[in-house]
Design a protein around this ligand. Structure first.
Ligand SMILES: C[S@@+](CC[C@H](N)C(=O)[O-])C[C@H]1O[C@@H](n2cnc3c(N)ncnc32)[C@H](O)[C@@H]1O
Length: 246
């Protein structure tokens, strides 16, 4: 390996000056079908030109990196990416009930990765439908809890409030609620929504404002709305609207 040209990570982004698309020229559009190929090809110049950076994965340098990761993580090993994310995780946890193998859980997990949540908690069945996660769970800490009581005691042991998300009688509007910074947000599943045990265990249950005819939105969409509300509150310092709707 040569010495690293850019140990801060930029060297792993676009070594060939191709804008992170395909520096080695090995990707492009091999099928010639106009299909956009994600990521970067092999590091140009082969092993003698590889940067001396322990975060980089020799297999990715050799073969190219086609993973769905940000450009700053190109060629990094999975372990190195997890370590970098661990250093800056946000203190919100995202929990979701999983009694019926709901296909939407993957979408919740993917958004939790995007906001760099501290952890994801699957409550109920251990096996969950990973399809919508697009392997983003690889870079997250995913825990399993057999039931809501187990999640509640895990949260209580860490002093974390358990806040449910569902539009049920007694729910508080998300738009006027000051979300705690350190928190476990618990989502229900398509169909039944939060279970009676979950509603009982939560200190507050939040409803997202709706104005149409449908009873609810998709749980993946609901999770994205609430996680973004957390980001607005605790990354951008935007206070919720006091006094309710205009
Ligand atoms: C399809 S909803 C289910 C139930 C809903 N209470 C009903 O009456 O139909 C599934 C999950 O999505 C989330 N969800 C959907 N719409 C919501 C909303 N307007 N406010 C809060 N959560 C919502 C909740 O986590 C809920 O448990």
């Amino acid at each position: 390996m040569t010495s690293a040209q850019d140990p801060g990570g930029a060297g792993g982004q676009d070594p060939g000056g191709a804008g992170g698309q395909d520096p080695g020229g090995a990707g492009g559009d091999p099928a010639g079908a106009g299909e956009r190929v994600v990521g970067v090809g092999p590091w140009p110049g082969g092993p003698p030109a590889w940067p001396d950076d322990a975060r980089l994965d020799p297999e990715l340098l050799a073969a190219g990196d086609r993973r769905n990761v940000e450009d700053r993580f190109r060629y990094w090993s999975n372990a190195a990416i997890v370590a970098a994310l661990d250093a800056e995780r946000h203190p919100l946890h995202v929990a979701v009930e999983n009694w019926q193998h709901d296909a939407n859980i993957g979408s919740v997990v993917r958004t939790a990765n995007a906001v760099n949540a501290a952890g994801v908690h699957v409550v109920g069945q251990r096996r969950w439908n990973r399809r919508g996660a697009m392997v983003t769970d690889r870079y997250l800490h995913v825990s399993h809890h057999a039931d809501v009581a187990a999640l509640a005691s895990w949260a209580a042991a860490r002093g974390l409030p358990l806040v449910g998300v569902d539009n049920v009688p007694g729910s508080v509007p998300l738009e006027t609620y000051d979300l705690p910074r350190e928190v476990v947000l618990l989502f229900g599943q398509e169909g039944p929504g939060l279970s009676p045990a979950a509603l009982e265990a939560c200190g507050a249950v939040l409803a997202i404002a709706q104005f149409g005819s449908t009873r609810s939105i998709n749980v993946g969409a609901a999770a994205a709305v609430v996680m973004h509300a957390w980001v607005r509150r605790h990354v951008f310092g935007q206070l919720p609207r006091a006094g309710g709707a205009p």
